[in-house]
Design a binder for this molecule. Structure first.
Ligand SMILES: [Fe+2]
Ligand SMILES: [Fe+2]
Length: 217
């Protein structure tokens, strides 16, 4: 089995995030249609976005990929790195707004449903556009400027991110995303045959273990 490069691993993480975003879109529709949505399911989305999408995925990009690209001559300001960094910051604010909207919804506050739909829709619009810029602009650029040694060094650093999180981030959050997909659409998602190992440690070890339980409200 050929091992994925660091950049391919980030691309694979995008697919997990997209799965979650697709589920969030369905939940927004359900709420707009007046159907109640399980608060614990909504809270699990916030945990996913904070831990997997931000701390794990954006963390790898900001702490390691972007600096590696800058070392190879990509400008640190403007397009693409400056813009993507600003988008990560925007995303953090939007997830905080979603957490607030969920708290209001759980408390039964009057405008809560509208706020929640607005918040979900904002994130459903945000992630695909951000991911598109990385998949079609940043990652092809990274594939050109990074050497195989850079990619290996990045992969080693990505493993440290996952170890520091102390979670089996990939296995745990892939399950969370698949569970949301199953709940909202009745589709049971399972790994496709021949799918690349997703996490940094997959090719070498079992990665970090332990349940996904980090909730930062
Ligand atoms: Fe990003
Ligand atoms: Fe990304």
């Amino acid at each position: 089995m050929s091992e994925a490069t660091a950049v391919e691993m980030l691309e694979a993480e995008h697919r997990v995030i997209q799965k979650m975003v697709a589920g969030m879109s369905v939940l927004a529709e359900q709420l707009e249609g007046g159907e109640p949505v399980d608060v614990s399911l909504l809270e699990s989305i916030v945990v996913f976005l904070r831990t997997f999408a931000d701390r794990c995925h954006h963390g790898k990009e900001e702490s390691f990929l972007f600096p590696a690209l800058i070392r190879r001559g990509v400008p640190s300001q403007g397009c693409p790195i400056g813009g993507l960094t600003i988008e990560h910051q925007k995303g953090r604010v939007m997830v905080g707004e979603l957490a607030d909207a969920i708290r209001g919804y759980a408390a039964g506050e009057p405008p809560a449903q509208e706020n929640l739909v607005k918040s979900l829709r904002a994130l459903v619009a945000f992630y695909p556009s951000h991911i598109w810029k990385e998949d079609y602009l940043l990652f092809p650029l990274a594939g050109k400027v990074l050497t195989p040694e850079d990619q290996q060094e990045l992969m080693d650093k990505f493993e440290t991110v996952e170890r520091e999180l102390g979670l089996d981030v990939h296995e745990g959050f892939d399950k969370v995303a698949a569970e949301l997909e199953r709940k909202v659409s009745g589709i049971v998602s399972s790994p496709k045959e021949g799918e690349r190992p997703l996490h940094a440690g997959a090719a070498k070890s079992g990665g970090a273990s332990g349940p996904v339980s980090d909730v930062r409200a």
